[in-house]
Structure formats: structure tokens, C-alpha cells
Design a binder for this molecule. Structure first.
Ligand SMILES: [Ca+2]
Length: 187
């Protein structure tokens, strides 16, 4: 009986060893937005006109910090984003999935989108060689608690040298959005 119990205890471990999943390849750093001094490490942003961006402790789905964008009035042209660029070893011919936790407060208009962009240069510039967005397919507006949104870029082309992810408050939008727990995983 004793041996049987021991066998039962270790059986899951043995099965686990035989069936190791593929290691998860994470292309983002500081995905929980917790580290940095004056600004969050590895993240950059653009804010225009009525939009403001902030590394904030107001809300967090993990830890104590998140990335915020807010707009108090509408602007038909401009928008704002937080972004991170990966220019290491590009997983060509594979897919990548951007996943991010989003919280919205009184988001009106076009609202939020998340984007993966591929460039043939080491940083984004000019027209994107490849891209994928939630805009037009996933409506992210209103007031809602932390919700995970994803977007997938399939079949990364051989000339791609960098992947940039954007967390965006679109034109014609007002309200507040918070982003936390971002990941860019190779499939
Ligand atoms: Ca966080």
C-alpha cells in the first residue's frame, strides 16, 4: 500500500517529464510595467493635443503600476499610444500573439486598439511591411474591469527586422484606458 501511494504521488511528475510543453518565447520585457525610474523601462509613447499618457499607480491588474492614456475631449485626427519594439531574433515564418490586460473608464468614440507591426528596419518607420490590429473587428469602448485582449500576426515575413506593439487610444475618442500584463508570444 505504501509503495502504491508513493507511485501515485510521483506519477503526475513522471507524466509531466514525458510531456514537457514547448518553452514559451516571450518577446516583450517589463510586460507588467512595474520597472523603471522616471519612465517604464523599454516602453515609449506618443501623446498629442488632447491626449495624455502616464505611467500610473491608479490601477493595476498585476503589481501596482500600469500604462494609462486619457483624453477629455475628442480630436478627429490625433491619437496616443504606448509602444514597445523588439528587434532581437525575429521568429520568421511563425506567428506571434499580443495579449494585454485592459481596463476602460467612460471610453467613447472609436476607443482602444492594440496592434502588432512588422518592419524591415530595426525600428518602425514609413509604411509597415506587416501589421495586425483589433481596430474594425474588436470594439473596446465603455467602462469595464480588467479584460484580456489579443491580436495575432501570422506568418512573419523573412525581411522583418523588428516587431513593434502599440497600445492605442484612437482618434475621436474620450475617456481613460489602462494597460497591464502585456505579452508577445511566439506560436
Ligand atoms: Ca503592473
Amino acid at each position: 500500500m505504501k509503495y502504491f501511494l508513493t507511485f501515485c504521488l510521483f506519477l503526475p511528475l513522471l507524466i509531466g517529464c514525458q510531456d514537457d510543453p514547448e518553452p514559451v518565447i516571450q518577446l516583450l520585457v517589463n510586460g507588467d510595467m512595474e520597472t523603471g525610474a522616471a519612465s517604464p523601462n523599454s516602453w515609449w509613447n506618443r501623446e498629442q493635443t488632447v491626449y495624455s499618457t502616464e505611467w500610473t499607480t491608479e490601477e493595476a491588474s498585476k503589481g501596482s503600476k500600469s500604462l494609462k492614456i486619457s483624453a477629455s475631449q475628442t480630436d478627429p485626427i490625433n491619437f496616443a499610444f504606448w509602444a514597445q519594439t523588439f528587434s532581437g531574433s525575429i521568429p520568421v515564418e511563425k506567428n506571434v500573439v499580443l495579449s494585454v490586460s485592459v481596463k476602460g473608464k467612460d471610453l467613447t468614440g472609436q476607443g482602444v486598439s492594440i496592434v502588432i507591426r512588422g518592419d524591415a528596419e530595426s525600428s518602425p518607420g514609413g509604411p509597415a511591411e506587416q501589421g495586425s490590429t483589433t481596430q474594425g473587428t474588436t470594439n473596446i469602448t465603455g467602462t469595464f474591469d480588467w479584460t484580456t485582449y489579443t491580436v495575432r500576426l501570422t506568418g512573419i515575413e523573412r525581411d522583418i527586422k523588428s516587431l513593434t506593439i502599440y497600445l492605442i487610444l484612437l482618434p475621436n475618442s474620450t475617456g481613460e484606458v489602462y494597460f497591464d500584463e502585456a505579452s508577445l508570444i511566439v506560436e
